[in-house]
Design a binder for this molecule. Structure first.
Ligand SMILES: Cc1cc2nc3c(=O)[nH]c(=O)nc-3n(C[C@H](O)[C@H](O)[C@H](O)COP(=O)(O)O)c2cc1C
Length: 324
């Protein structure tokens, strides 16, 4: 079976410049969902929201724009705007777990309200010039919520439904609920995308064995941490030494790109620290590695720290960095 691997949307992490640098060095990702764009009131669009979706910024990796919001008319406006930019597929975010979001019945905040989801889809589906897919969790407060959402989703022609089998109150921690995932996947009519905690080849193979009918997989943190992972999952073998060399080149390119995109060294360092919170886990003594990066407060200190890491700490390959 041919697997399709999606790069998960990660706000502030998988932005267009990251996707472009990533796609220069690595294979295995088939397409990305963009980090969400917020619906603004009054059917307006900010240039800064759209920059990451301009075609000229997305020539290296196919991308599906993701929208977060609950006002059907505003969604129709934005989906039409994105269609005019060249997108014929939009993803709707029903999974964002943050308090400020869910309190306003956006993201995962809609999951306890299947009637609102239905009213939204009833209006949006016939009105947008694009296909729609959905990314969701099992629920806001309980994994039972999805049971009431599924019959609603089954009434509409969705391209696929990505399930991250956690509830919103877990954020991104704690166990994924694979039994609830299995039940939901069996009930949904649309093709399913599995998303959650794919970080190494072994775990992925176990998932494929358990779910032989699923061939769409979405990976977020696992790709940031080990950028070779999608290629490894597709059976490409890359020697550890070669992986390390490519990682060092990629890191340099990412650093240069982030330097251009960020306004000033403070923002640059914060962004690189965010990436290193994941990269460090692909090195032996990951905690120590991240400590070295976390304490830097200037660009030269950052460069010294990365030189030290590259000289002293061993790169772990995608098969031996199973999470502890
Ligand atoms: C920093 C961060 C930002 C995220 N931003 C988004 C987002 O914009 N839209 C979305 O649907 N999910 C978002 N997610 C959730 C991820 O897409 C994904 O569902 C989650 O990380 C679980 O997958 P993973 O275990 O492969 O990382 C975000 C997650 C993180 C950690």
């Amino acid at each position: 079976m041919n697997d399709t691997i999606y790069l998960a949307p990660m706000h502030g992490v998988t932005d267009y410049y990251f996707r472009n640098v990533y796609a220069t060095y690595f294979t295995g990702i088939d397409l990305a969902i963009s980090p969400f764009i917020d619906l603004l009131p009054g059917q307006s669009v900010k240039k800064s929201q759209i920059r990451g979706l301009l075609q000229e910024n997305n020539e290296r990796m196919p991308v599906i724009p993701q929208i977060m919001g609950n006002v059907a008319d505003d969604f129709i406006f934005l989906a039409t705007y994105l269609h005019d930019l060249g997108y014929d597929h939009i993803n709707w975010n029903l999974g964002c777990p943050y308090r400020m979001v869910v309190k306003r019945k956006r993201g995962a905040g809609l999951l306890p309200h299947p009637e609102l989801i239905e009213a939204f889809l009833e209006k949006v589906i016939p009105a947008i010039p694009a296909k729609l897919s959905i990314k969701l969790r099992l629920g806001l407060n309980s994994a039972d919520e999805i049971e009431h959402v599924i019959p609603v989703l089954n009434r509409y022609p969705l391209t696929d439904v990505t399930i991250h089998p956690r509830i919103a109150t877990q954020l991104y921690d704690g166990d994924v609920d694979m039994d609830a995932f299995e039940r939901s996947a069996a009930q949904l009519n649309a093709p399913i995308v599995y998303n959650g905690d794919i970080v190494a080849v072994e775990g992925f193979q176990a998932l494929r064995q358990r779910f032989p009918d699923i061939n769409r997989w979405m990976i977020g943190r696992g790709v940031i941490r080990n950028p070779f992972l999608p290629a490894l999952l597709k059976g490409v073998t890359i020697a550890a030494d070669r992986q390390f060399e490519i990682f060092v080149e990629y890191h340099q390119a990412l650093f240069e790109t982030v330097t251009q995109v960020m306004a000033g060294p403070g923002h640059l360092l914060n962004k690189m620290k965010e990436y290193w919170s994941a990269f460090s886990e692909s090195f032996e003594n990951g905690r120590k590695v991240f400590k070295l990066i976390k304490k830097v407060n200037s660009v030269p200190a950052f460069q010294r720290a990365t030189d030290e890491i590259f000289q002293k700490y061993r790169w772990l390959t995608g098969t031996d960095n199973t999470p502890s």
